[in-house]
Design a protein around this ligand. Structure first.
Ligand code: URA
Length: 240
């Protein structure tokens, strides 16, 4: 469910502010009844009319996308760099990324036009588990990473306990591949967590969001999520 003015703005009726004025002026009805309340919420099955004309409400769509490195997690960029929506030329719905991955991070990004779904998945109260694999400079022993279990301080605040696993170590090159599972979504969190234990990140990839993975996709590809996968993600987010 979304606020009426947001649904109107999303459908291209007018800006959110102008849509609010239209609601207050009594020009909007939902399922045949005039609504003049700004907080009123509507869902995909409600029929919304403005001045007696139905507005077009997009059906919700959900994709799992394998974001390549060197792409911005946004729908547009003022410097004209590549953005994630450039990979969806045949999708006409107005999709956006759920959360973001850094420009130089690759991996799993969910794309949707469903704002409520995106809010549930990214809300700090019930942030879903995210699995990252990092190549770092350094060859730590498992006990050197124990701080991740208690949480490390980044930007003056402790992170929630995280799980980790050293997947491999290259003693000649002095690098390691480490899996880190977190459920928060702070800015550059994974890079900062590794930095906090003295292991600069050289490469970062998100492998999973909840139980959803990248299986069958190569960098730059996407596929639509099934209804079951969408509801599974919501269950996993709400379990937190
Ligand atoms: N943490 C980071 O540091 N970067 C990302 O892109 C995602 C999580």
């Amino acid at each position: 469910m979304e606020r009426l003015q947001k649904v109107m703005a999303h459908a291209g009726v007018a800006s959110r502010r102008k849509s609010e004025s239209m609601i207050l002026e009594g020009r909007v009805s939902v399922n045949g009844k005039k609504v003049t309340e700004l907080g009123y919420k509507v869902g995909g099955n409600d029929s919304v009319e403005v001045d007696g004309i139905p507005i077009y409400q997009e059906q919700p769509v959900y994709f799992v996308f394998y974001k390549p490195r060197g792409v911005i997690s946004a729908v547009s960029d003022d410097k004209d760099r590549k953005v994630v929506t450039d990979y969806f030329p045949r999708v006409s719905e107005r999709i956006f990324p759920v959360g973001r991955l850094d420009y130089d991070t690759s991996g799993l990004l969910i794309m949707t036009n469903d704002g409520e779904f995106a809010n549930i998945l990214t809300h700090p109260k019930h942030e879903i588990e995210k699995t990252y694999v990092a190549k770092v400079k350094g060859t730590p022993r498992p006990e050197d990473l124990r701080a991740f279990k208690r949480g490390v301080v980044i930007d003056g605040r402790k992170t929630a306990p995280a799980k980790y696993k050293i997947l491999s170590t290259d003693r000649i090159k002095g690098t390691s591949i480490i899996e880190l599972i977190i459920h928060e979504g702070r800015n550059h969190q994974v890079k900062k967590m590794f930095e906090a234990v003295g292991l600069p990140v050289m490469k970062l990839k998100r492998e999973k969001v909840g139980s959803l993975n990248l299986l069958g996709l190569v960098s730059g590809q996407y596929r639509e999520l099934s209804k079951k996968e969408v509801s599974q993600l919501l269950v996993e987010a709400k379990e937190k």
